[in-house]
Design a protein around this ligand. Structure first.
Ligand code: BG6
Length: 542
């Protein structure tokens, strides 16, 4: 609650409080809050994640003056490179993968890459970590980074424990001095199933404290995912409706048009349930379903999302088919071009039963959501790339204007996470003319309406948060475990019961038709989104 004598922010003009120009104040805020000097060590520095996401994100932060005043990035990988070669490679990668092409300047890139360093390291060789320590001590002394180190695990997950253990053994994980920070960022997948996630958490907690662990889920770094919180808790009109009394069901979709590309080897051991549902989609569900936090700090926010995960009603092992539909894409023509089926992809077992599509129904057993179904789907080689949340509100109790046509849809609020990021409300209006015919119309907001405001990449936001010591948008250990606890019985049932069907679906379609059966009512189906948020119906650009 704000007390009347509290000075409002902004300035007064003609007796009216004006908001401060937001882009100026954002830049100002970034400069005022630059994180403390630190060294960032990236394990897996020769991998895809480093070149496509991490280095371009750090470069964008550098362009925005948001990097610490003094910092170094130390790439660590097996390849034998020297600093210069690493810098040259990263400069090229920034040009290829930066999401902000307007930031690209040879001069700024060459200034940025001077902060990059490289150490060749055999991850499993303990002696190499004493060389790492020496190198870190040197950079720390040179740059006066106060012993603040961030370790980013962008290496294969099987190496996580070894790296963390070796850092600990070299005295690089803990510090007796509160002003010195050591943080460990752990990429997904965090574990392979419940057992391995529990074991990894337990192991890491013997080497680091929980508040040093930053389990990254890049979906939480997406601007539009965070906007779910703002939409819900910065507006008075939605929250009273956000419950079982008004919401009929909730739909969460993450569709991708690409196949597994060059990641067949990884994907064949993972599948969609592990790759997208256990982490990204469950985190979105957490934000959609959580109670308002007492404060907007990392403990309060994460205390609320964990309650959602702990309230998920377990899917009964003997009724998996009623709640989960899995599919695998098969070869087909997409816009005239023949594409390979999943089993024909490189590094994929030709008899693989790994799913590339999951449709899921679940319930949250709490006061707010009791009885409201949540439907979730994620898949590769679907018609378009779209991630969105749809809140389907209950229909009015009386069909006053639709005596002949009771199938008129209820109101829908669509939160578009990507692409054409925005919010769409669909509601019924009178069709002009005689009588009382109604039609569905749109009320929409597109981020692109904000003009030249540039949406930060998820990695940019999350790396900045970690450097600043803010873990709100990182997954806490108990939340990761709770999500595994929910999906684990499904994985086990799939592994042990060959009778549970894996449906083939032609590439470029919306997954197995059987997934519609999850709704259990003939008049209900998934929303079929278009690339543009406001389009649907007859015209649809995919
Ligand atoms: C990754 C998955 O975590 O997320 C990929 O491993 C998936 O399989 C990707 O393609 C999707 O992320 P985004 O940001 O493109 O929606």
């Amino acid at each position: 609650m704000e007390f009347p004598d509290k000075k409002p922010s902004g300035f007064e003009q003609n007796g009216v409080i004006q908001e401060v120009n937001s882009s100026v104040s954002l830049n100002q805020r970034i400069m005022d809050n630059r994180p403390a000097p630190s060294v960032i060590v990236i394990f897996g520095a020769s991998g895809d994640l480093t070149k496509r996401k991490l280095i371009p994100a750090l470069y964008d932060l550098f362009c925005k003056n948001a990097m610490p005043e003094r910092f170094a990035v130390l790439g660590a990988a097996r390849s034998q490179l020297n600093d210069d070669v690493f810098r040259g490679k990263m400069a090229e990668d920034i040009k290829s993968y930066s999401e902000n092409k307007e930031h690209l300047s040879d001069e700024v890139i060459s200034k940025f890459v001077k902060n990059l360093h490289y150490i060749s390291l055999e991850t499993e060789n303990p002696d190499d970590y004493s060389r790492l320590k020496t190198r870190l001590d040197g950079l720390d002394a040179e740059l006066k980074t106060g012993g603040n180190y961030i370790y980013y695990l962008a290496s294969p997950p099987k190496l996580y424990e070894t790296i963390a253990q070796s850092l600990y053994s070299q005295g690089l994980s803990l510090s007796n001095d509160d002003s010195v920070s050591k943080k460990l960022i752990i990429e997904k997948p965090f574990g392979y199933n419940l057992g391995s996630a529990l074991a990894l958490n337990q192991k890491l907690l013997t080497l680091f404290h929980e508040n040093q662990l930053y389990r990254i889920d890049h979906y939480l770094g997406k601007e539009t995912v965070q906007n779910v919180l703002v939409l819900r808790f910065a507006n008075g009109i939605f929250e009273p409706l956000w419950n079982r009394n008004y919401v009929d069901y909730v739909e969460i979709t993450a569709a991708e048009s690409i196949g597994v590309e060059n990641r067949g080897g990884y994907y064949d051991t993972a599948g969609t349930l592990r790759d997208m549902v256990q982490n990204h989609l469950m985190q979105i569900a957490g934000l959609v379903a959580m109670e308002p936090p007492a404060n907007f700090d990392s403990t309060s926010v994460r205390n609320e999302t964990i309650k959602v995960f702990q309230s998920l009603i377990p899917i009964p092992a003997d009724r998996i088919d009623d709640f989960v539909v899995r599919g695998q894409y098969i070869s087909s023509k997409i816009r005239g071009e023949q594409v390979r089926g999943y089993r024909e992809e490189n590094d994929v077992n030709p008899n693989s039963r790994t799913e590339t599509y999951v449709g899921l129904k679940f319930f949250i057993d709490n006061w707010r959501w009791a009885g409201v179904p949540f439907y979730m789907r994620a898949g590769k080689r679907l018609p378009t790339r779209v991630t969105e949340v749809v809140i389907h509100f209950k229909k009015p109790p009386q069909h006053l204007f639709h005596r002949d046509n009771k199938e008129q849809p209820g109101n829908r609020l669509i939160i578009r996470i990507q692409p054409d990021e925005g919010i769409l409300m669909k509601f019924g209006m009178k069709t002009p003319g005689a009588g009382f015919k109604t039609q569905q119309v749109n009320m929409d907001f597109h981020y692109s309406n904000l003009g030249n405001i540039n949406i930060s990449s998820a990695y940019e936001r999350l790396l900045l948060d970690c450097m600043s010591g803010d873990s709100t948008l990182y997954a806490r250990g108990d939340a990761v475990e709770a999500c595994w606890r929910f999906v684990d019985p499904v994985l086990k049932a799939w592994e042990t019961n060959p009778d549970i069907k894996l449906f083939g679906y032609p590439s470029g379609t919306w997954g197995p038709v059987e997934a519609t059966g999850l709704f259990g009512q003939p008049d209900l189906d998934w929303r079929y989104p278009c690339k543009n948020l406001s389009d649907d119906g007859n015209y649809c650009e995919l």
